[in-house]
Design a protein around this ligand. Structure first.
Ligand code: IPM
Ligand code: MN
Length: 377
């Protein structure tokens, strides 16, 4: 932090990323009115499209800025046809690279269905889930597992003979993410919607994989330090049906990286779709916040996508900064944004196409910025 306030590095990235990030900025500007010194926003270029134009994944100052910033806000990365010579995602330096280089080990993905939002399970089930049934946080390990950059391809003559992806689960990696989950469960006021019990569910495939057995052993060892929190277990295959059949059972869920990637997209259906899914990539010294939906190339440039995931990402960012710096004013700002989001959604005042409404991306941003202005700071 400098005298100018918190330094926030913004990476709009690809596709719809810049559109939703512009709305995130609009919200931050509305919050900062009359209090403009609290944060300082700087945008940096990067991503797959930037790579196609320049041959670089991120502008040179961008990565330094990410390391220096108090927090990072990312739009989305990935563009059809944009890949590095080795086949990796161009722009991956931003999302996967920063997760590694800033050691952002906990990927925190809340899954909460707000009043006024329709879940996205097929139309036949419109009335099944009430908002009160869906209020969990999924914690995905974010630095190892199949995402460890230990992979390769063996070619003989011109033919690929063999490919390998190495699944790495370490004591340190498992322990810190499991601890993060139990600490979060301790802080959450209400526990699981079903019964109010504070519960952490370990999602794994420990009936088959050694790494998962170790992850679950670690879960038990660390979890014993939290006797007031229930330890709960699910094999990932069974979890996918329980998640949909009884979401009210879940409070905090912890999973390894790849399984966490998959189950959080599934869970987003319960909260109204990817348009509402926000994530925080959190480490001990740095954090990066993002809407989880990605660059959505087919919607890019049309001003139609749902920016609420970005608003929730901004809210998470302000809360993380406020807690980290014991900054009560910032915590009040994040509460204020939450109230604005809840109010606008409850009123059905900003339904974008994915919710069957006519409101544009910028229209939804205007609605939430207006709600913020109508509220005391
Ligand atoms: C996510 C995304 C990323 C991931 C992609 C863009 C590499 O799907 O954040 O969930 O796989 O982690
Ligand atoms: Mn994903």
């Amino acid at each position: 932090m400098t005298s100018a306030g918190y330094e926030i590095a913004l990476f709009p990235g690809d596709g719809t990323g810049p559109e939703v990030l512009a709305e995130g900025r609009k919200i931050l500007d509305a919050l900062a009115e009359g209090d403009a010194s609290r944060w300082h926003l700087t945008e940096y270029a990067g991503g797959g499209q930037y790579y196609q134009r320049t041959g670089r994944e991120v502008e040179p100052e961008g990565l330094d800025a990410a390391h220096r910033a108090d927090a990072i806000l990312l739009g989305a990365v990935g563009w059809p046809g944009a890949s590095l010579p080795n086949g990796d995602l161009a722009g991956g330096a931003l999302v996967l690279g920063l997760r590694q280089s800033l050691d952002l080990y906990a990927n925190v993905r809340p899954c909460k269905l707000y009043e006024g939002v329709q879940h996205r399970i097929s139309d036949g089930f419109q009335k099944v889930w009430a908002p009160k049934n869906v209020d969990m946080v999924i914690i995905r390990e974010n630095t190892e597992d199949l995402y460890a950059p230990l992979r390769g391809r063996l070619r003989r003559a011109d033919e690929t003979e063999l490919t390998v992806d190495t699944r790495v689960i370490t004591r340190k990696g498992a322990e810190r993410v499991v601890r993060y989950a139990f600490e979060l469960a301790r802080k959450r006021a209400r526990g699981a919607p079903e019964d109010g019990v504070k519960r952490v569910t370990c999602v794994d495939k420990s009936n088959v994989m050694e790494g998962c057995r170790f992850f679950r052993e670690t879960f038990d060892r660390v979890g014993k330090e939290y006797p007031e929190i229930e330890r709960d277990y699910a094999y990932v295959d069974a979890f996918t049906q329980w998640l949909i059949r009884q979401p009210e059972h879940y409070d905090v869920v912890v999973a390894t990286n790849m399984m966490g990637d998959i189950i959080t997209d599934l869970a987003s259906v319960l909260q109204g779709g990817m348009g509402f899914a926000a994530g925080g990539n959190i480490g001990d010294a740095h954090a990066m916040f993002e809407p989880v939906h990605g660059s959505a190339p087919k919607h890019a440039g049309k001003n139609v996508v749902n920016p609420f995931a970005t608003f929730s990402a901004v809210e998470m960012m302000l809360r993380w900064l406020g807690e980290r710096h014991a900054d009560a004013a910032l915590l009040r700002q994040s509460d204020r944004l939450e109230r604005a989001i809840v109010g606008v959604l409850r009123a059905g005042a900003a339904r974008t196409y994915d919710q069957g409404g006519p409101v544009s991306t910028t229209g939804a941003g205007d609605a939430v910025a207006g709600a913020i202005r109508g509220m005391a700071a």
